[in-house]
Design a protein around this ligand. Structure first.
Ligand SMILES: *Cc1c(COP(=O)(O)O)cnc(C)c1O
Length: 331
């Protein structure tokens, strides 16, 4: 297994902090809970996409690209971090965003604009369907575009989370700590695929538990199969001798609720309790839902008091501002 030959562009501050949430554990009378603070990766208010972009934009630069294109929702954290990274590298950035342009940009969209990227509204084409046309247009204008995948979830993006697992292992060794579970929000699959592979490479017995945020399928493949296939392609990329099957995947879809970005009681409670016990901000779409799942798993006995749980904070808090109408505090 080796990936030293794969290009990488430094974009963030690593390792991110690993902290214990003792007040949250006490409030829940639950297991020890730790948090990996990828909301503090340092790139434009942070988030898990920074790790993926180090390898993705590493490849873009190696190929001589001068323009980055990617796609997402109006409140995409991936698009915001891509816009910031592109700005810092002197690359032009084009975002293809689903839906219609809102009257007042807020949250991530406001930040995209501050980073000076070109925004293309794509209506119902929410998954970057319009990118091939844009690529052709930009080539005709003499540019060298590079397309970063939706959510940063290809093999290179997942590699960022193999590397993240290595980083976590080093932190745990220092303080003689190990976890029974790692729990996080799973949406385009790269985080989970990378953590699954990392846990194999570094011989960890801990359960890698993705909380499904929204997905039934990705690229017309059922989401669970998609993650397993991505983990396998990532293993191939770095010559790691592992073959995953469906039984290796733990994807919990109990908390999808009314779907992507629909904030309900689960997210509201998780955001409030984490803020009010630990002074830490979650986000309304991903980490709020995943932490809501963790709370429920404690209350229903799926996590036991003797467990040691790591919640991987994947970022996203800038979206709080765009969801102010859906948060209980604003009512
Ligand atoms: C993108 C994102 C996720 C999901 O990560 P994937 O690798 O796409 O599954 C989780 N949390 C936040 C805040 C994100 O922006």
């Amino acid at each position: 297994m080796s990936y030293e030959h794969i290009a990488r562009q430094s974009l963030g501050f690593f390792p991110t902090p690993l902290i214990e949430l003792s007040k949250l554990s006490a409030r829940l009378d639950g297991p020890k809970i730790y948090m990996k603070r990828d909301d503090n990766t340092g790139l434009a208010l942070g988030g898990n996409k920074t790790r993926k972009l180090e390898f993705i934009l590493g490849e873009a630069l190696a190929q001589g690209a001068d323009t980055i294109i990617t796609a997402g929702a109006a409140q995409s954290n991936h698009c915001r971090q891509t816009a910031a990274a592109a700005a810092s590298l002197g690359l032009e950035c084009h975002l293809v965003l689903g839906g219609e342009e809102p009257k007042h940009p807020q949250g991530n969209l406001l930040l995209d604009k501050i980073f000076g990227c070109h925004i293309h509204w794509s209506g119902n084409h929410r998954k970057g369907e319009d990118i091939p046309n844009l690529v052709q247009q930009l080539i005709q204008q003499g540019r060298k575009p590079y397309v970063a995948p939706y959510g940063g979830s290809n093999e290179l993006g997942a590699l960022g989370f193999v590397e993240a697992f290595r980083e976590l292992e080093a932190q745990c060794q220092n303080i003689d700590l190990s976890f029974t579970h790692i729990i996080f929000a799973s949406s385009s699959g790269g985080t989970q695929a990378g953590l699954m592979l990392g846990s194999k490479i570094f011989n960890s017995a801990c359960q890698i538990v993705g909380i499904n945020i929204d997905k039934g399928e990705t690229d017309k493949v059922p989401f669970d199969q998609y993650i397993v296939a991505l983990a396998n392609r990532t293993a191939e990329l770095i010559d790691a001798d592992y073959k995953f099957s469906a039984s290796d995947l733990i994807l919990n879809s109990d908390y999808v609720g009314e779907g992507y970005g629909v904030v309900g009681a689960v997210e509201n409670e998780a955001i409030a309790i984490t803020a009010q016990t630990e002074g830490i901000l979650l986000d309304p779409v991903y980490t709020g839902r995943a932490m809501g799942g963790l709370l429920d798993m404690i209350r229903t006995g799926k996590l036991k008091k003797t467990d040691k749980v790591l919640f991987w904070h994947t970022g996203g808090a800038p979206a709080l501002f765009a969801y102010s109408n859906d948060l209980e505090v604003s009512k």
